[in-house]
Design a protein. Sequence first.
Length: 643
Amino acid sequence: MKKFFTLVGVALFAMNANAQDVYNAIVDGKLAPEFAAVAGESGGVANNSADGKSIVTMTAGKATVTAVGGTTPANDTEIGGAAQQIVPGAAVEGKENTYEVASVNAWNDINWGLKNQGDIDFWYVTGTGNPYVQMYCVQNTKDGDLVPNSYKADYVYYEPDGSLGMPITGLYYKFTASAQGAFKVKVWANKGNRKTFVVNANTKKAERLYASGYINGVNDADGKKKLLTVEQVDSVHHVYIYGNYEAALEKGKAEDQTQEEFEAKMAEMKAEADAMAIERQYVIGNGNQNFWGWLTFDVEPGEEYWVFQHSSQIGFGGFEFHEGKTAEELITGIEAAYVYTTNFSTYEDEETGERVTWKGEKAVGNGQFTSTEEEGAVFGDYFQNDGTAVRTSYCLLPEDVLAHSAKTHELTIAFWVSAEGYTPDQYTYAPMFTAYAQKNTPNTWPMMALQSRGPIQLNCSGWCDFTGANHVDGKVNIYNKNAWEAGDAAYNFVNNWLEDQKWHYYTAVFTDTNAKVFLDGEVKNEWNVDGVTEGQIISGLFDNGADLKYVCLGGNQAWDWNDNDAPFRFARLLIKNSKMTAGEIKAQMLADFPGWDAYTNGIDAIQVKAQPTTTAVYNLAGQQVSQGFKGIVIKNGKKIMQK
């Protein structure tokens, strides 16, 4: 079986786990002390503008960063005004009406400004001045004629080969470290198509950088800002550069063109795109669009690296320095982060008039997405499945949700489930979560199934039996006393966990050699396997996860067992290509449902206080959210108000 690997994921607004030295330019919504110290009392104007530069030095462990803000001439292109404050010197040989600058009597102020961008709360500081390596002045013209004694600034900007020199003023940032490692720098760029450089100050040559983050206008299906991985940013660049050529090629030969004319036109368009592609490695956005995110690059000890844009200012939010790591290693960690979440909420499709989900899930058979504003409802949106038939009703998920663990070899599947309205004998063998290569192909593989009563089935390029022989307790716990399992001695029968018809949280966590089933945040089944012996191979789930395209909640749609579909309600599904710990699972439960403890104990009318956590909690956009939970009011065991 062919193995599939993918780098697609979500770059999250969070520090990497291995970050060693960290500096934030914004502290509690204010300029960091180093920036505040060089800013004036009003407007952020630096207090040392006399020398034409404002220097801010930041240190964190083995890393030091110096921000340089520099003035540029006031460049009023209208005749008169500031344009007359630039005094020319000797004429520049070979350049008509261009002169060396003798003096400048009008300079822009140096500013360090605190700014925020968009609804993702991206704070950064920005200074003043476009970086340039040389400055000239040119004589102004009006109606095609030169204007006597009127000049404006003209600049020479940095080139990637370093042949023209380094910036002499304007805004740039210097990075040094006393050890080998990699920087990850938080930046904001007003125009992402302006070339952005990381330059070794010794060689003066631009070096490799990786950009990941948000490009203005690139959003999820629900309109939320989409944080792009390095690979996804490169993909956006490819479409921007080659899109017109590939679209014309796809369209084919126009009716009014000969084959020769068509081929010549395509060759011309391809050549133009190839020329643009040479510059692509220095572009961090898409066209004339805003960009905010991270630049990641390698550094050697004792070397100095400058970061700046070609002809604009770049905002700075802080940095991480990772000793002993490479940029590619950091990028691998970024690419590996994949989180899929949904609450099954719907909207009306304008074309069809049907109600559809934001994330693309589909109700098959008699299952349906439900939205309620009923007082006391724990979850206002959920999927209600119909369990009266076999392989008929279920919620079909996007086909790539299990395709992201090839690199990490870790997987977590979690969701809320309720059996309200049904008794245990109506769902004894009903599977809650199943995945196959295609629909209604009996006894096919690869396949996996998570059973409501506690066991797991898995057959993906090697299979894992998950029997008592590999169970940490020697017996598999079966959470439905109506169940019959072959060889009773290998099983431990326990009261049904869904019998009270309340909402409960199910989680399955996989690695190459371990699988756990959590019920309400507690481990109830755990298996350790060697990952090699047949019957103990979980890794196929990761390597062949891309084959598992038919993924669903509530129905056993492909295997030929004669078990009815699960008649359950499902809410707040989460799938990650990483393993969640017990603490992280409990934190996610409380983030989804802060009043869980009161609800499960049937406590009447209790105010649940905010609870801090240091674990990773995700919202429905798959992004990490605030590490504090809001309080709610519980009455009669149900949530009635969120504070």
